[in-house]
Design a protein around this ligand. Structure first.
Ligand code: FCB
Length: 472
């Protein structure tokens, strides 16, 4: 029997077929893979500084060499071809393009991305460029970083410079990757670069990131960019009981906790970007954490540029409950009296992140219901496991299961009406996993960091077949 869902997703006796034209690909980010940190005029980013600061990154790892992708990108594109990828999402390192974050453009830095784009296009792979995946030029942090309004203006200038060079060939542009993480882990709990711990600064950073997004989106559109997106880390916010039973009843106190965290994670970004407003609940939190003096008249209109897609990065749900007396978590201003919970009864990845595929379907259906004006692209989804190489193979069954479960969840959401256009696995390669260094492997391709040898894991072969069949 074939069940035809909406938007062309069909299910035939356990076979899940994706809509025609569904985009299949993989994602990476500049600092996590490129290495070559001193090449061709690049100057330090906040991640160079942070990773060199003792105690910040596991094992003292840095992105100095990473996957050496700067020099090996042609080989890496050959791997993408072998995997049949239709799309490749990468990010551009601001400190290559403007080494000090402003002023003249460093042509040699842009040359690298120009070569990368040419080679992708030659291979028939569509480039998806992200302008900011956390590697702020250190000079801009020295001038105050994202908590300062000027950084948004600098980002607009940088975005325009990149588009001027690549816009003749790149159609798909994302402004920011996960501004929540950049603001609240970078300036809130300090687990990420630049490692500051100041709730008010984190809230200002988030607003200026959004402002930079709006300014850059406007500049990109004016210069002819075809598809523009904002990439967010999004999760359904649920209670412990809802991990295994999505329909579980929740108390009024738990519902209030859920709403407050959802406001910080989802509403804080989508309300201004798509509707030109901040909710009263969000403004109350800002009011209690340094005030809203940095939100100027006209900002919300600037942030509210028409965009085509929201990029969804999903790994796990966010599990909370009412916790009277709990202090606010440093990454979550306004989270007083809320407890962040582990998800009992479900397996977890090597990051300790609970594996809840139906969280992704819930999230996608909710986003399309609440924000029908934009399409959705899964810009990241994947898992770290402790992979081992045995006789030239990596039998990463758990990763394949993770991806299979999440792709079925995407399929179910499409059949329920969610407007999902494609799926980009995180990640093509094992890489520098931020504060966790190289010990956490997310790739479908194994990287031996001593030799830079690449090896397709079993999940890569599996994914190639999924792409070839356009389904499971
Ligand atoms: C996301 C990041 C990405 C990667 C994955 C595991 O938050 O965008 O760079 O580290 O997590």
């Amino acid at each position: 029997m074939t069940v035809v869902g909406t938007r062309g997703a069909t299910l035939t006796e356990g076979r899940a077929d994706f809509p025609t034209g569904f985009v299949w690909g993989a994602a990476t980010a500049s600092y996590q893979i490129e290495g070559a940190v001193k090449e061709d005029g690049r100057e330090p980013s906040i991640w160079d500084t942070f990773s060199r600061t003792p105690g910040k990154v596991v094992g003292g790892d840095t992105g100095d060499v990473a996957c050496d992708h700067y020099f090996r990108h042609a080989d890496d594109i050959r791997l993408m071809t072998e995997l049949n990828l239709a799309a490749y999402r990468f990010s551009i390192a601001w400190p290559r393009v403007q080494p000090y974050g402003k002023g003249p453009v460093n042509a040699r830095g842009l040359d690298f991305y120009s070569r990368l784009v040419d080679r992708l296009l030659e291979a028939g792979i569509t480039p998806y460029a992200t302008l900011y995946h956390w590697d702020l030029p250190q000079a801009l942090e020295d001038a105050g970083g994202w908590p300062e309004r000027d950084t948004a203006h600098r980002f607009e200038e940088y975005a325009a410079a990149v588009h001027a060079r690549l816009g003749d060939r790149v159609r798909n542009w994302a402004t920011l990757n996960e501004p929540w993480v950049a603001a609240f882990l970078g300036y809130g709990n300090g687990v990420h670069a630049p490692g500051r711990t100041d709730a008010a600064a984190a809230l200002r950073a988030a607003h200026h990131l959004l402002l930079g997004h709006g300014m850059a989106a406007r500049a990109l559109r004016e210069s002819g960019a075809e598809e523009i997106s904002l990439v967010l880390n999004l999760s359904p916010v649920i209670t412990p009981a809802q991990v295994s039973d999505p329909g579980a009843e929740i108390s009024e106190a738990d519902a209030e906790a859920v709403t407050r965290i959802d406001t910080m994670l989802v509403g804080q970004f989508l309300d201004p970007a798509l509707r030109g407003e901040y909710s009263q609940g969000f403004l109350d939190i800002v009011g209690r954490n340094g005030g809203a003096g940095h939100i100027l008249d006209g900002d919300l209109a600037t942030i509210n540029q028409p965009i085509d897609l929201v990029g969804v990065n999903y790994y796990n749900p966010c599990v909370v409950e009412a916790g009277p007396g709990e202090a606010a978590d440093a990454a979550w201003p306004g989270s007083e009296d809320i407890r962040f919970c582990s998800a009992d009864g479900v397996p977890a990845t090597a990051m300790g992140w609970p594996i809840v595929p139906n969280g992704l379907s819930r999230l996608l259906v909710r986003l399309s219901d609440d924000y029908p004006e934009v399409g959705l692209l899964i810009t990241e989804n994947g898992a770290a496991f402790d992979d081992v190489v045995e006789d030239g193979h990596v039998h990463d069954t758990r990763r394949t299961e993770y991806l299979d479960g999440h792709l079925r969840a995407v399929h179910a959401a499409i059949a329920d009406g969610a407007d999902v256009r494609g799926y980009l696995v995180w990640s093509l390669l094992d890489n520098f996993e931020w504060a966790e260094g190289y010990r956490r492997r997310f790739g479908i391709v194994h990287v031996d960091f001593a030799t830079q040898r690449r090896l397709l894991k079993d999940s890569a072969f599996w994914y190639r077949d999924v792409i070839t069949r356009n389904g499971l």
